[in-house]
Design a protein around this ligand. Structure first.
Ligand code: DAH
Length: 341
């Protein structure tokens, strides 16, 4: 029997396999219940007592040898399989295209507005969206019973009427004037909130840019020239502007500015309702009451302010018909602005 075991050891050490199935066949042949090793184990019972020790030892060695050898073969095949899989990767293939994001139209237009005012020496100022009555209304000369304070327009955050979402970025003016002494030349871009039913033409949040210039001897002529420069940079050098008298609590005199309709060149079309003009912003000379409320000497200083809705300017430039498009994140809409990136 010892001889048979030695023969098998010899045979096993030369075994080879090239597929997982072949390895499995070897396992069955040697290690299964009906395999060679089991047969030898059965035969072992008949070995005379004096040889049992030597035969038993040889048999154990054989079993370890077979088990190890088959495990090695299996490992080799698994390794070579993963090498083959790696080889089947084509590292020279061009990568799948990565879709580049686009900038939101509101961001594009906001940046355009900011860069025009930057060239005139304005710098950016920011303020909180959650505000108090003083900065949004009282300091800006809103009468205590002004309808804009009404629950209809203003979102109050708590039952306390002094914690509210700003309804315009004019609140940033208040904050800057309180802290800084003139000359002040700032633009304030930001999001504002109003309690409006959402529709194609109105939204409960939108964006504004406010501009404020305060110094000695600032006049209405400075305001008009700033507006003309802005309109021509934004809508083209042949743009004309028109100022209509208006009313805002924080400016006196106040005006609304129209630009000549850039679609029909002022001749009249559906877009400008056949008037040749489209309204784009509100403006005026800062009311002395506002300067005084913010601690600026209204005898020494004067200034102008203007405020516009970014959505409005974007609509004029890109003809977006429904305000809701701006906040729905529909990529089909957003991708239309790829070239404006
Ligand atoms: N704050 C105004 C609004 O929300 C816009 C505005 C009008 C701002 C006239 C101004 C201004 O600075 O002078 O409708």
């Amino acid at each position: 029997m010892l001889e048979k075991i030695e023969q098998l050891k010899e045979q096993v050490s030369r075994l080879s396999a090239s597929t997982a199935e072949e390895v499995e066949a070897l396992r069955i042949k040697y290690l299964s219940k009906k395999g060679e090793i089991s047969a030898l184990m059965n035969e072992f019972r008949t070995v005379p007592a004096e040889s049992k020790k030597a035969v038993g030892q040889a048999l154990n060695e054989l079993k370890t040898l077979v088990t190890d050898h088959i495990a090695n073969l299996r490992e080799q095949i698994e390794n070579s399989r993963s090498v083959n899989e790696a080889n089947s990767l084509d590292m020279t293939r061009t990568a799948s295209p990565i879709a580049l994001g686009t900038r939101h139209p509101i961001s594009i237009v906001r940046e355009q507005i900011i860069s025009i005012f930057r060239r005139l020496g304005f710098s950016i100022a920011e303020g909180p969206e959650i505000e108090d009555d003083w900065h949004v209304f009282s300091a800006l000369n809103f009468a205590a019973d002004h309808p804009a304070r009404d629950m209809q327009d203003t979102f109050f955050i708590q039952r306390n009427p002094d914690v509210l979402l700003r309804t315009h970025t004019s609140s940033v003016q208040t904050r800057v004037m309180e802290k800084q002494t003139p000359p002040i030349r700032i633009i304030c871009p930001g999001r504002v909130y109003r309690n409006e039913a959402v529709s194609a033409r109105a939204h409960c949040f939108f964006h504004q840019v406010e501009a404020l210039y305060i110094d000695e001897h600032v006049s209405f002529a400075d305001l008009r020239q700033t507006l003309l420069y802005f309109a021509r940079e934004m809508f083209g050098t042949d743009t004309e502007i028109r100022l209509r008298p208006s009313y805002f609590p924080f400016t006196e005199p106040s005006a609304e500015m129209d630009i000549s309709c850039h679609l029909c060149g002022g001749k009249g079309c559906n877009f400008c309702k056949h008037t040749g003009w489209v309204e784009i912003l509100g403006c005026g000379m800062v009311d002395p009451n506002v300067l005084d409320a913010c601690g600026i000497d209204s005898k020494k200083y004067s200034g102008f302010a203007l405020g516009m809705g970014i959505e409005r300017i974007t609509n004029l430039k890109y003809r977006v018909k429904d305000l809701r498009m701006f906040s729905e994140n529909d990529v089909r809409f957003l991708e239309e602005f790829t070239s404006a990136r």
